[in-house]
Design a binder for this molecule. Sequence first.
Ligand code: TXA
Ligand code: MG
Length: 358
Amino acid sequence: MNVEFYSLLGVILKTEILRVDPVSIDLNKIQKAAKILRDGGLVAFPTETVYGLGADALSPRAVEKIFKVKGRPPDNPLIIHIGDKLELEKLAKNIPQKVEVLIENFWPGPLTIVLQKSSIVPKIVNAGLETVAIRMPSNKIALSLINESKVPIAAPSANISTRPSPTSAKHVINDLNGMIDAIIDGGETNIGVESTVIDLTTTPITLLRPGGVTFEDLQKILGKNNIEKSKYNPDEKIAAAKSPGMKYRHYSPKADVFLVEGKSDRIELKVQEIATNFEKKGYKVGIITINQKHQYQADTVEFIGSDLETIAKNIFKTFRKFDNKDMDIIIMEGVKEKRLGLAIMNRLRKAAKKIIQV
Ligand code: TXA
Ligand code: MG
């Protein structure tokens, strides 16, 4: 399946799978992975959000490999992962005071902060921008890997570009086996959507990507008027200047995704109508529902939970599951854009071919 990527690299690697129990971490395996990173290799590892594809952030040659294996456009910058807040001062400059309260409340955890970059950050990491994105993950395996490697780790999600982000090692193996040096298998990730990205170089602070830390929680800590959602429509070119990741198609399964938003009873009717229409034409149709009472008829119907935490955890996994069943069409019900719902809808909108309001 990934033949074109193999040939891009020109080599096929033997990817080592290192199974690590998150409750009793085998330090030998972590040290092995850390050495690979220090030697300029690529290691995929679990974080609390999604699996990351790590390289030594201070080595341009190592970071270049990330872009190659993912097929990632070079103008989409990477997040640098750190294990100690003191690292911030090496990677960023003119750090504003408000960083303190954010770190106190949200680190380690799914919050990425964008600051002015220091001179040690290689251009390739942040796509030549004046800023750098930094986060301290809370996953114990991730923290242990960063600390053992003794280098800051640049890591995007460990999927082929445009594919759904991986929430288990199996997903990483499907996308990147034979292309990277090692994968640490630490089980399923907890949150299931990526970190929240905020830009601290603007006043007020800008929310660039909704994620595991909610906008409401950020408002509570920072003050309501001190943070705002990015005004840029992700599809507009201007977004590129702010957070290049926003302009690309993302998170997509192979099937065409139809997202249906609106009142619950109308959603049920509309989803079934779309499904029936496609099935009549001979397409394989999968439906993802968040309401157990909805009675759908389709090739596959999957209930993925009704609370936002469970939905977030299951969404990328379900996209991949439907791909494995060779669905042509996926119809998905929308959620309210409150709390984690903002991140869920952001991912669904980017995955969708068509959005239907009812
Ligand atoms: O949860 C996560 O954030 C995961 C795990 C592995 O940590 N990582 C992740 O990385 O989602 P990635 O590369 O898939 O997404 C990084 C996002 C992109 O939207 C990118 O444009 C944005 O962060 N970003 C990175 N550096 C930036 C910068 N200097 N200014 C603005 N946006 C930036
Ligand atoms: Mg990604």
